[in-house]
Ligand binder design. Structure first.
Ligand SMILES: [Zn+2]
Length: 991
């Protein structure tokens, strides 16, 4: 698969692997990414969510890290002292459960390791030991990061099971507890019945966060049985006309807390996890319930049980209450049943129910038809299997929830808002024991061990109380005061802060730090990863190995205590006492503290978008709980994920490409650019091999240009070439590209930045070369030199290996990684030059168009520029449109016909005036402003200058070109073309 053919045909001596190894080695040797505390330099501390070493990285993992690395490299070139460190997250159950799967010879996992990741068998065998897995993939990932060119300070690396790290986490938890943010109690959590352990995103197949749904169970009475129905809208119990049962399902009769309940098998097992005492007594077929009447205890009414196929045994109790007036599903099922004569006959039932209206809103005022009926009509739904039903249901639900009011005639809750009514009914059914609460999972989630997850009501579990109102306020304050990129994602953070509640923070199994006050619990992975960025400035001073001889610049992890962290991280306690207790010199203690104070807070945190609902928001919460405001993080950057050739990456599609394998085949820089160039940051980027090849050949183009003009970098030219129009232009373009690329990077519009560097700069270079060639002049000049140097610098954060190599070839000392980012020189930006070249481009384009249509080989070309009067008029239009910012043709004309200077022309040629107004409007505000400022723009000069190129492009170097002003007395204009000329739009005549 290695594509060396391109390189060969181009006769390029370019070998990615050699270059990557060469520069990787030099960076390490020169320790250029090792950052020290340096009070004379402004710092920039940037972190990325550290990886879980339970599999090698594939191409999809690389995007976030590559973005962060580009960010780090860019800031370094902006002269910041950048700290970009990395750790490895061993905490939790994934690694342990993976080793269990190896122990039980899980063939799927073993094959993945063998086939996709090419791990040797004896290594796989060693994975029965969890730490072997972690350390193997740790090294694998680290190697991949080095091969990708990430500019990481590896001295600060740690794992989350290091003793020193655990000391920090213990400190964090004692602090949270002291602040009243740790609570013990009963709360529902996602749960793996196999592992007997709570699960969150990192524990599940496909990294899915379990989402809990809270139902109210409303109990209906049937003989001496209870039929509980799950609902999200208990207030609608007054509108129940019937129950729906699935006639094809086998239900069970179960003794639940000493009542006889009729529910599905699935519900019985779910209720057990919610700590109800459940024992199944017998079975009953759904069809046996059809036609029976049940008693609605709240409304004091009997309602029938009807059959419906939409009732899902996995949902709730498998029997649902029917509120046809307000639930589109129920309404549609009622309509369908009325028409279903076979079923009606089969069960001998009479479907004479009528929807009971309960709630009204502005959009659905009370009238004879029900809201459900009306919304079904809006969505053109006509049967209960229509997928649009879901959407219609959500729409009506949300409308009634936010704006609904209960009708006056309804007992207990009449005239109340839906919100209030729900609260009252909920309380009533719980108090009077005619209902209870039931939790289940909203989504299908499987634990990594393969077991389907459930909701468990955990008792005596430790929770972090993200539901604390004051804490939420602080989290809000931080979100409001930090930069979030892209900005559109800010609201998502606020939503998460709103709905977060207590979260289980400890497990009985897995790797990690034990809960300091309750040793049977281990702090789970999304709780020990929220303030660890504070450990990076410290980690290189901490030695985890007590056997190592104690050195003067290390503190033993064993000697760390809370007082140490209080002192270093929060500035509390007495220096001498802390130094004595941690058995280090006061001098070392001060060094550690100063390093922390220098680098903290985090200036930027990078992560994938999927971590907003947990990690990133916990990171925000915990910083506000532990640290003072001046240590709160400054920025979060969030990116989308990576698709492979337009598809989600998955084992089943066989499209997972290990990162290191891709580097081997395509080179690190082309991969980096491909990850970033295909989409803006929040979108999913599409990794494709065509794109990677295209990008790689762009890099080869740049390389070739540099090689071809190598001498300009070595010979110092005393003076510039004669300053020609195109020189001013390329000089201006360089500045403009720098300006626009810099502002794109600052806002993380990386795709745009790369587009400028790779494509727009290419267009500019081609035009410049063409202009020079036509004049038979060399491009080997200082302008090209500046262009190429600027381009390499702009490219350096994105394609570091390539840029270093080229930088060296053109005779510079390493490292381009530490060159200053190009500064914009405003004085070189010349819109005038841009107008010049645009005029030439347009002229050549227009002439080529004409010759193509008329198929004449031109011998003579006449170009006519606009008259003085037209130029005067044009300026008036510019003024007028810029000032008033409106462009009503009629009003402008009225003004113009009263203007003595131009009124004759305006009356004679209203169509031309209209065209000129359109010309002005089509220009950007910048261009308009500049054109207002200049006294006169001579089109003659650039047009004259462009003749040589015109001749080249037409392919006739004898071509006669004459340029006239419309006003010239000796004008040659046999077809009176000159009268069509407009400012910046000369007229053309070809013979
Ligand atoms: Zn499990």
């Amino acid at each position: 698969m290695v594509e060396n053919s391109t390189e060969k045909t181009l006769n390029l001596d370019f070998n990615w692997k050699t270059i990557e190894e060469k520069w990787g080695k030099r960076w390490t040797e020169h320790k250029i990414f090792e950052s020290e505390c340096d009070l004379n330099k402004k710092k920039y501390f940037l972190t990325v969510a550290y990886p879980y070493p339970n599999s090698p990285q594939h191409v999809g993992h690389g995007r976030t890290y590559t973005l962060a690395d580009v960010h780090a490299r860019y800031k370094r070139m902006k002269n910041y002292n950048v700290l970009f460190p990395m750790g490895f997250h061993y905490t939790g159950t994934p690694i342990v459960s993976m080793s269990q799967r190896i122990k039980s010879s899980d063939s799927e996992l073993i094959e993945t390791f063998r086939q996709i990741y090419k791990i040797p068998d004896e290594m796989i065998a060693s994975f029965k030991e969890p730490k072997k897995i972690a350390s193997y993939f740790h090294e694998e990932i680290k190697q991949g990061m080095k091969e990708m060119g990430y500019s990481i300070d590896w001295r600060r690396e740690f794992t989350t099971i290091d003793k020193g790290y655990s000391k920090l986490i213990s400190w964090q938890f004692r602090n949270l507890r002291k602040n009243g943010l740790i609570v013990q109690g009963s709360h529902p959590v996602g749960w793996c019945p196999q592992d007997q352990s709570p699960v969150s995103q990192h524990d599940t197949v496909g990294d899915i966060e379990p989402e809990l749904i809270e139902y109210d169970l409303v109990k209906f009475k049937f003989e001496d049985y209870i039929i509980p129905t799950a609902t999200l809208r208990p207030e609608t119990v007054f509108g129940v006309t019937n129950l729906w049962v699935n006639p094809d399902i086998q239900y069970v009769i179960a003794l639940v807390n000493n009542e006889k309940w009729i529910i599905t098998k699935e519900a019985a097992s779910k209720l057990e996890y919610l700590n109800l005492s459940v024992s199944v007594v017998s079975e009953i077929k759904g069809s046996e319930l059809v036609g029976k009447f049940v008693f609605n205890q709240l409304r004091n009414a009997h309602v029938p049980v009807f059959p419906a196929s939409f009732v899902d045994p996995n949902n709730g109790t498998g029997i649902v209450m029917s509120v046809p007036a307000h639930a589109p599903y129920d309404y549609q099922a009622m309509i369908d049943l009325r028409k279903d004569d076979d079923t009606i006959k089969k069960y001998g039932i009479k479907v004479d129910i009528k929807p009971i209206n309960l709630i009204q809103t502005d959009k659905f005022p009370s009238n004879n038809s029900s809201p459900a009926e009306r919304i079904l009509a809006q969505y053109l739904i006509s049967n209960q299997n229509d997928p649009k039903l879901e959407e219609a249901t959500n729409k009506l639900y949300s409308e009634e929830f936010h704006a609904g009011k209960v009708l006056p005639g309804i007992e207990i809750i009449g005239n109340l808002s839906v919100l209030k009514a729900r609260e009252i009914i909920r309380e009533k059914i719980i108090n009077e024991k005619i209902g209870t609460t039931m939790y289940e999972l909203k989504n299908v989630v499987k634990c990594r061990c393969g077991t389907p997850c459930v909701v468990k009501l955990l008792t005596n579990q430790w929770f972090i109380n993200y539901g604390d109102k004051n804490w939420k306020k602080l989290a809000y304050e931080l979100v409001d005061n930090m930069e979030i990129l892209p900005e559109e994602i800010r609201q998502e953070f606020k939503n998460v802060i709103d709905w977060l509640k207590e979260r289980a923070c400890a497990r009985k199994s897995g790797l990690g730090t034990r809960l300091p006050w309750d040793n049977e619990w281990i702090i789970e992975s999304l709780s020990d990863s929220v303030i660890y960025m504070a450990y990076y400035p410290l980690s290189k001073y901490i030695s985890n190995d007590a056997n190592l001889q104690k050195s003067t610049d290390k503190v033993l992890a064993d000697d760390l205590n809370d007082a140490f962290f209080d002192y270093v991280l929060l500035g509390k306690n007495d220096m001498n006492v802390v130094a004595r207790d941690s058995k280090i010199s006061t001098e070392l203690l001060e060094r550690i503290k100063n390093e922390f104070l220098y680098f903290y807070p985090v200036d930027s945190r990078h992560s994938g978008r999927d971590l907003i609902p947990n990690h990133l928001t916990f990171f925000i919460f915990n910083h506000t709980a532990i640290f003072p405001k001046d240590k709160w993080p400054k920025q979060i950057v969030v990116n989308g994920s990576v698709l492979m050739e337009g598809k989600k990456m998955s084992k089943s599609l066989g499209n997972i490409i290990p990162l290191r394998q891709a580097i081997e085949e395509y080179g690190a820089d082309p991969i980096r650019l491909t990850m970033l160039a295909s989409s803006e940051i929040l979108q999913d980027s599409d990794f494709s091999f065509d794109l990677i090849k295209g990008i790689r050949s762009k890099l080869y183009d740049i390389y070739r240009t540099v090689i071809a003009h190598k001498n300009i970098f070595t010979i110092t030219q005393n003076s510039l070439d004669h300053d020609e129009l195109e020189d001013d232009w390329i000089s201006s373009r360089i500045q403009r590209i720098v300006l626009e690329t810099t502002s794109a990077i600052e806002k993380f519009r990386i795709r745009e930045a790369l587009h400028n560097i790779l494509y727009l700069m290419d267009n500019d270079l081609q035009w410049y070369q063409k202009r020079k060639l036509a004049k038979k002049k060399s491009v080997c000049n200082n302008f090209l030199k500046e262009f190429l140097i600027t381009r390499i610098k702009l490219l350096a954060p994105f394609a570091p290996f390539f840029s270093e190599e080229v930088w060296e070839i053109i005779g510079n000392k390493p490292f381009v990684s530490f060159e200053s980012w190009p500064e914009v020189n405003d004085s070189k930006i010349s819109l005038n030059s841009e107008d010049n070249e645009k005029l030439i481009q347009d002229m050549i384009f227009d002439i080529q168009k004409i010759t193509k249509v008329t198929k004449i080989a031109p011998q003579k070309i006449m170009i006519y520029t606009a008259s003085t009067t037209k130029n005067k008029l044009y300026k008036k239009l510019l003024d007028r449109i810029q000032k008033e910012s409106t462009a009503n043709f009629g009003i402008i004309m009225k003004e113009l016909v009263n203007d003595d200077e131009i009124k004759d022309f305006v009356k004679r040629s209203p169509d031309l005036v209209r065209k000129m107004i359109e010309d002005v409007l089509s220009e950007s505000v910048d261009v308009r402003e500049r054109r207002i400022k200049i006294d006169s723009f001579s089109e003659m000069i650039p047009l004259q200058d462009g003749i040589s190129l015109l001749r080249n492009e037409i392919g006739n170097d004898k071509l006669e070109v004459r340029i006239y002003s419309e006003d010239d007395s000796d004008i040659y204009d046999p077809k009176q073309k000159s009268r069509f000329s407009r400012p910046y739009k000369p007229a053309i005549y070809i013979e």
